[in-house]
Design a protein around this ligand. Structure first.
Ligand code: ARG
Length: 588
């Protein structure tokens, strides 16, 4: 059995045993949650009474009689229609957090998953030779957070950046480069910005020729065939585009303070060789059928305009393979070769129909079994402050780098204002400005449910008040400064002390960290982590207002106990923010 790591776990277990002792055949969840009326409230008895055709208040009274109060549970009361209100002893609260504090593994009360699996996370997938936009930002930020959350619970994660590096558009680009050699400087000689401007230039120039010259168009078409059949010279030129684009991608991900590994950049092209076999197998199994020359999969329940079935196109009539074929081949690879137990796709909700069809086709083919879950974490659109899809004043899509630069610039100004008081060096101002600016962008994205649209509003994002990362980063730095200032006292738990209401509220929230991490991870819900850390910082603020730590100075044991609560809060805040991919500077 997993060790009891939180009070709510042990209370839950005690109530569970009391319920089984009262009703031996029932296996009921006490449904414990935090409550304003007591420390916890359990309302599981209601459903149980209904099933057993018993009076819920009577049943609750019988259950209460089975509960041993004393060490952990101070008091249980039946309330309302049959709820149990549970109050915990101050000693148990402190003891439990003290054990967590002493635990050097830094788990902070988060156990490892009992049966961890392997999740392949498909995220941060920009397209070669194209500029990244805010949509790519969401995939990267959400995917990175989900991955950190999964990793922290002991799941093994494998990243896959399914970049768009294949397809007909490369015919045009490669043919142009073939006819105008030297237009793309070697990737080794350029930085991210130059790489993107080179790619843009080549893209625009080739587009002009493509649109005006029929013969070029024909040569471009032949180039696609050469690319797909693996012609060496064509592949070399294609590789130049990929390399140049990667220089650009890496520079953006670095700006985002996000680590991307080269061996996890496995784009559409990687599945090129497997696609004919995917098509053959689907056709042999009868999952896909020929329709007007194309190989397609039909779905009864998926219909478009005029109630016509919308098929998934595995192979086009001209023999070419597209997006669906690469995704189906990727599933085979992820399940069979990577042994994935879960497939997670962090992709714009506008592609949800594509994934619905791809998953269903893969299930019919037996590539996805009941042992493997597949989920598209479809995220919503980034809106401008006016509530419309985010565009520049001229109506163009906003360049991601410009946006990040602006966020950092604004944040640096905010940091600079307080820098003198805190005693930051110029170097620290610049570094913190970056962490605050990028943190603001990430937090704004992660603090709303991924499926919802959100407004990209820099003014709001770098505001010191309200539910922002800056507020949380300041809360963290403030605690660290309290700990530094208390030179003559060190954090130490004193379980014998009675706790003030604000101390209890903070402590019980700390206790809930493990359960929250599990719930948020299981639901792929980083916004629950964000809500937790925000509440943690708010409870800390109340605690700090009501319970003096250093001035006016309380008795030594109280100082030590409060410093212990401060320290554990700081560690938990730091870990929670780390799960969101956000740094917490020591001084701010
Ligand atoms: N590159 C695609 C885009 O920008 C996203 C790829 C998503 N992943 C996948 N396995 N299809 O729209």
């Amino acid at each position: 059995m997993a060790p009891v790591t939180s009070l709510s776990d042990s209370v839950n277990q005690q109530l569970g045993s009391a319920i089984s002792a009262t009703l031996p055949e029932a296996s009921a969840d006490p449904l414990l949650r935090r409550s304003d009326r007591a420390d916890f409230q359990a309302n599981g008895i209601l459903a149980l009474a209904k099933k057993a055709k018993a009076n819920p208040r009577d049943l609750a009274t019988q259950v209460v009689a089975q509960i041993v109060t004393g060490d952990v549970i101070k008091e249980v009361e039946v309330s309302g229609p049959g709820f149990l209100n549970v109050t915990i002893t101050d000693r148990a609260i402190t003891d439990n957090l003290a054990a967590r504090y002493a635990d050097e593994t830094g788990r902070l009360g988060v156990p490892y998953a009992a049966e961890p699996g392997i999740t392949v996370v498909d995220y941060a997938q920009p397209n070669v030779a194209k500029e990244m936009h805010v949509g790519h930002l969401r995939s990267a930020v959400i995917g990175d957070a989900l991955r950190a959350m999964l990793d922290f619970t002991g799941e093994k994660t494998i990243g896959r950046h399914h970049i768009g590096d294949w397809g007909t558009q490369f015919g045009m680009l490669i043919q142009y480069l073939f006819e105008n050699p030297g237009e793309l400087a070697p990737a080794a000689d350029v930085d991210g910005e130059q790489a993107m401007s080179n790619l843009n230039r080549v893209y625009k120039a080739s587009r002009v020729v493509f649109d005006s010259d029929e013969e070029f168009k024909e040569r471009a078409r032949k180039r696609v065939v050469a690319l797909q059949s693996g012609d060496k010279e064509t592949l070399d030129l294609w590789q130049q585009f990929v390399d140049e684009s990667k220089v650009y991608f890496y520079s953006v991900f670095e700006k985002l303070d996000m680590e991307i590994r080269d061996d996890e950049i496995v784009g559409e092209s990687a599945y090129n060789e497997g696609m004919p076999e995917t098509a053959r197998l689907l056709e042999e199994m009868g999952v896909a059928v020929r329709s007007e020359g194309a190989l397609v999969v039909f779905f009864d329940e998926i219909r478009g305009k005029d109630d016509q079935p919308v098929p998934l196109i595995v192979q086009k009539a001209d023999g070419g393979f597209g997006y669906a074929a690469s995704d189906l081949t990727a599933i085979r690879n992820r399940v069979t070769d990577l042994h994935a137990t879960s497939l997670l796709y962090v992709v714009d909700v506008r592609q949800s129909l594509h994934f619905k069809m791809v998953f269903e086709a893969a299930r019919r083919a037996g590539w996805l079994t009941d042992e493997v879950t597949a989920h598209n974490m479809g995220y919503g659109t980034v809106l401008g402050a006016d509530g419309k899809p985010f565009k520049t004043r001229e109506g163009e899509t906003v360049r991601l780098e410009d946006l990040l630069d602006e966020a950092v610039e604004r944040a640096t100004a905010v940091v600079r204002e307080k820098a003198e008081k805190v005693g930051l060096t110029e170097e620290e101002i610049v570094e913190n400005g970056r962490y605050v600016g990028i943190g603001a962008v990430k937090y704004a994205d992660l603090s709303t449910s991924p499926s919802r649209d959100y407004k990209f509003d820099l003014d709001q994002m770098v505001s010191l008040n309200g539910d922002t990362s800056v507020y949380l980063q300041y809360a963290y730095a403030r605690i660290r400064s309290i700990l530094r200032k208390a030179e003559d006292a060190s954090p130490a738990p004193h379980p014998e002390l009675a706790l003030a209401p604000a101390e209890r509220a903070l402590a019980l929230h700390l206790d809930a960290f493990g359960a929250m991490v599990f719930e948020a991870t299981a639901e792929y819900a980083p916004h629950k982590v964000a809500a937790y850390v925000y509440q943690l910082a708010s409870l800390f603020t109340t605690f700090y207002d009501q319970c003096p730590v250093i001035r006016p100075r309380p008795a030594q044991d109280i100082v030590e106990n409060r410093l212990f609560l401060c320290d554990l809060t700081a560690r938990t805040l730091h870990q929670g923010m780390a799960l969101l991919g956000i740094r917490t500077p020591e001084k701010l």
